[in-house]
Design a protein around this ligand. Structure first.
Ligand SMILES: [Zn+2]
Ligand SMILES: [Zn+2]
Length: 101
């Protein structure tokens, strides 16, 4: 005797898997975040290599004294050091050897 509930569940799972496989790859998907970013959300390239501070600017809404929107104001990022992942070739940079005689 076939259990009708198990049969229905199995059929539903099959249909779901079939749908996922059939429709899962449709259209362009958002690419994963490949660029390593700092905790402030900016890339390593936006951080000063010597002072380590972030020189990107953040847009803020500015308001006048009556609370009305007065336009955009740009404020420097408060990040003081890049804390995100770094490219490996930058961390393990081989020392430059003098040319052999
Ligand atoms: Zn930043
Ligand atoms: Zn940062």
């Amino acid at each position: 005797m076939v259990e009708p509930i198990s049969f229905l569940v199995g059929a539903a799972l099959l249909a779901a898997g079939y749908s996922a496989g059939r429709f899962g790859r449709r259209g362009p998907t958002a690419p994963p975040h490949l660029t390593p970013v700092c905790g402030c959300g900016h890339a390593l390239s936006q951080h000063d290599t010597e002072t380590h501070t972030c020189y990107a600017e953040l847009r803020r809404d500015a308001y006048d004294r009556k609370g009305r929107w007065a336009g955009d104001s740009w404020v420097p990022c408060t990040c003081r050091q890049y804390v995100g992942p770094r490219p490996i070739d930058e961390v393990f940079l081989p020392p430059l050897l003098p040319p052999a005689e």
